[in-house]
Design a protein around this ligand. Structure first.
Ligand SMILES: Nc1ncnc2c1ncn2[C@@H]1O[C@H](COP(=O)(O)OP(=O)(O)O)[C@@H](O)[C@H]1O
Ligand SMILES: [Mg+2]
Length: 395
């Protein structure tokens, strides 16, 4: 409550009629100001009381999700006011069953045009008590279209680098195949007897190089194939623990000690389990091959403000500073039989999760890869809300 109203209310019995008139007019002005703000918002807002009845809304809400046509929408259950069945069902199930997934996107037609609406339901908490709920509707049509355009441009750019990489990679095996076929031809054309063993040797090389070509193409396809990441609210630690079982087998063979430090009570994140496992496994594999004499491999999670941090650390050979900005590039490898695609794939997976990856390394001491995952909005609010609600109030 505004201070001047609170003060006036405290001494309301002592106010004369003129002062009361002034108070009412001030209140009306204040109210009008709030109304103007609410009406000038492009986002839709609908507010309910604790019984889920509609007590306040703005024009944008009515424009974005058509209301049912009834003479009076106030005091009705909020979902009974929303004409779109899908959105209405969503709001109803969130409010009635206290669902934890409290935001979703809907594709609907607004005035004949297809629009994407991002809808979220938030509890209104004041003085530690739930006062009702706020239903927020944002038209994200342009935002999503822009994201798709950006992603397309980005994937085209990386496709060009990859294609250049492939062209470079296939040069050597093709060259080798050419040379050995020439040699076979020569010995077949020659006058003397053709040694079977010599022929076999050339053919072996050709077969080997064809296999190499095949691997290049398969890896390339894997790297360029659009990712069908299916993001769901998941517990990162659970996924990591599952993966650790596999890693333990590998570390037990070498002389590597495995440290797993997972923070408790992490919020859930939007993750695709299959891809997260693949990304972490790629990092772990790199770490293991950086510690041929053994060492310590640490997998750690931690909450840091608006994001969750996942780190894979090793005490291996490290990366020279001049390589640091190359390691994510396709085909960059310092290993004799490396594909140079491991980190490219990790990078792609992290991006798909709207995360960020950074590396910190010191030659001779070790390397740390850090991935930051954004905490999704509803999870963030849910946590803040849990903290605000006093004990005894069910959440
Ligand atoms: N943990 C690490 N320690 C030291 N070097 C690393 C580590 N991770 C990656 N690298 C360097 O980055 C390069 C690229 O890695 P990656 O893309 O996985 O391809 P690959 O493992 O096939 O070489 C590696 O060849 C290596 O030089
Ligand atoms: Mg690798």
């Amino acid at each position: 409550m505004r201070k001047f109203i609170q003060k006036a209310l405290e001494k309301i019995e002592k106010l004369d009629s003129q002062q009361i008139q002034k108070l009412v007019s001030d209140l009306a002005q204040e109210n009008e100001r709030l109304e103007v703000v609410l009406e000038s918002m492009t986002d839709g807002i609908m507010v309910t009381d604790t019984e889920n009845r509609l007590v306040l809304y703005n024009k944008s809400a009515e424009r974005l999700i058509p209301f049912v046509s009834v003479p009076e929408v106030y005091e009705r259950k909020v979902w009974a006011v929303i004409a779109d069945i899908e959105i209405s069902d969503f709001v109803k199930s969130v409010l009635e069953h206290q669902e934890t997934v409290r935001d979703r996107e809907f594709s609907i037609r607004v005035g004949g045009e297809p629009r994407t609406l991002s809808c979220s339901v938030l509890p209104l908490v004041r003085n530690g008590k739930i006062q009702g709920n706020l239903f927020h509707i944002e038209d994200v049509t342009e935002k999503r279209a822009k994201e798709i355009r950006l992603r397309r441009a980005e994937s085209l750019a990386s496709l060009t680098t990859l294609a250049a990489g492939v062209a470079h990679e296939i040069k050597n095996p093709l060259g080798a195949i050419g040379i050995h076929i020439q040699l076979i031809k020569k010995s077949l054309q020659g006058k003397g007897r053709v040694g079977k063993r010599a022929l076999m040797k050339h053919l072996d090389v050709v077969t080997e190089e064809v296999e190499r070509l095949n691997k290049i193409v398969v890896d390339f396809l894997f790297a360029v194939r659009p990712m069908d990441a299916h993001l769901e609210l998941r517990d990162l630690n659970g996924i990591l623990l599952d993966l650790v079982k596999f890693v333990e087998v590998e570390t037990a063979q070498g002389d590597v000690k495995l440290n797993v430090e997972l923070a408790e009570g992490l919020p859930r994140l939007l993750l695709d389990e299959k891809y997260i496992k693949q990304a972490v496994l790629n990092l772990v594999k790199n770490s293991l091959s950086a510690m041929p004499q053994g060492g310590v491999l640490t997998i750690r999670t931690e909450r840091k403000g608006d994001y969750v941090r996942l780190q894979v650390m090793d005490t291996g050979i490290g990366i020279p500073p001049e390589y640091l900005d190359k390691i994510f590039e396709p085909y960059f490898t310092t290993k004799e039989f490396g594909s140079g695609l491991g980190l490219t794939i990790v990078y792609k997976i992290v991006k798909e999760h709207k995360g960020e990856i950074t590396v910190d390394s010191e030659p001779g001491r070790g390397t740390t890869f850090t991935i930051k995952f954004p905490i999704p909005q509803p999870e963030r609010q849910l946590i803040d809300y849990r903290q605000e609600v006093p004990e005894g109030v069910a959440t």
